[in-house]
Design a protein around this ligand. Sequence first.
Ligand SMILES: NC(=O)c1ccc[n+]([C@@H]2O[C@H](COP(=O)([O-])OP(=O)(O)OC[C@H]3O[C@@H](n4cnc5c(N)ncnc54)[C@H](OP(=O)(O)O)[C@@H]3O)[C@@H](O)[C@H]2O)c1
Length: 287
Amino acid sequence: MKTLVIGGTGTVGSQVVQRLLEKGYELRVLTTSKEKAAKLPAGVEPFIGSLEYTDTLEAAFEGIDKVFMLNAHTKNEIYQGLNAIAAAVKAGVRKFVYQSIHRARAAAYIDHFQSKVFIEEALKKSGLNYVFVCPNNFYQNDFWFKDSITKARLYNQPIGGIGLSRVDVRDIAEVVEKVLAIDRYDHQTIAVAGPEVLTGELTAAILSEHLGYEVSYIGDDLQVFKDAFSQWLPEWMVNNWAEMYDFFHNSGLAATPKELEQLTEILGHEPRTYRQFLNDYSNVFTS
Ligand SMILES: NC(=O)c1ccc[n+]([C@@H]2O[C@H](COP(=O)([O-])OP(=O)(O)OC[C@H]3O[C@@H](n4cnc5c(N)ncnc54)[C@H](OP(=O)(O)O)[C@@H]3O)[C@@H](O)[C@H]2O)c1
């Protein structure tokens, strides 16, 4: 029986695919892109289709036993998620692991948090055997900020002064593999977070220590963020992210000791630190 990975060509999904292949899974990856399909690792069955087009989904889910799904940040994220759930129910999928977001209900007024709440609720009502894997802000987001970090010596993700339990995407992939394999976590919500609470200033200080030169934090002025990022991203997305950073400024997003204890038990090791991430990917920030 095969496992279907939805989102398997992206940041988290590519790590999930790698991890599941190492564990001997037979995988099918749904992708909208022929180019990305051609670059999937050997042994993975690509399926060209889209969660936006329901007529492709029956075949995508045929013979599928387990599913891992994350949805791209789009305006129709809920529609895409619900289409996948309907197809999974029809195909008789045995387990559905869904990547949501850490504490989505705390900020459900933000579109991409609200989408996760809707999709979680739909999964609960679907009768499928589900697990919600709920990550905090990824360390790997900092790849997007590489030029600013290394050229302007500025950390420009405005995460604020209360702090987030940011997380390594490799830990998310390990959790996905574990909860797909073991039934013990069925119907549970698993927070996936890092071991330390990182503020903007602390992130810049750790980057300075790692890189050997002073990196400054950009500060919490979200108009500065909007002006900079609207050059590259659509307005709706920039506004969505600004709302999220505003939430982080006011409330932070720190994991509880109980969440970290459960995560450590699932991983079988402590979640990776930001310093570990920088050491493991030091070529990215020095090239
Ligand atoms: N960044 C963070 O700090 C953070 C933290 C917590 C949660 N999240 C959540 O994580 C998710 C993003 O994960 P990511 O960064 O790994 O994603 P990503 O790198 O942006 O990749 C998106 C994936 O979605 C697939 N996709 C896009 N449109 C599709 C469609 N119509 N049908 C089927 N597949 C489609 C893409 O496949 P193709 O391009 O191959 O079609 C790709 O594999 C979002 O839901 C976000 O809210 C992010």
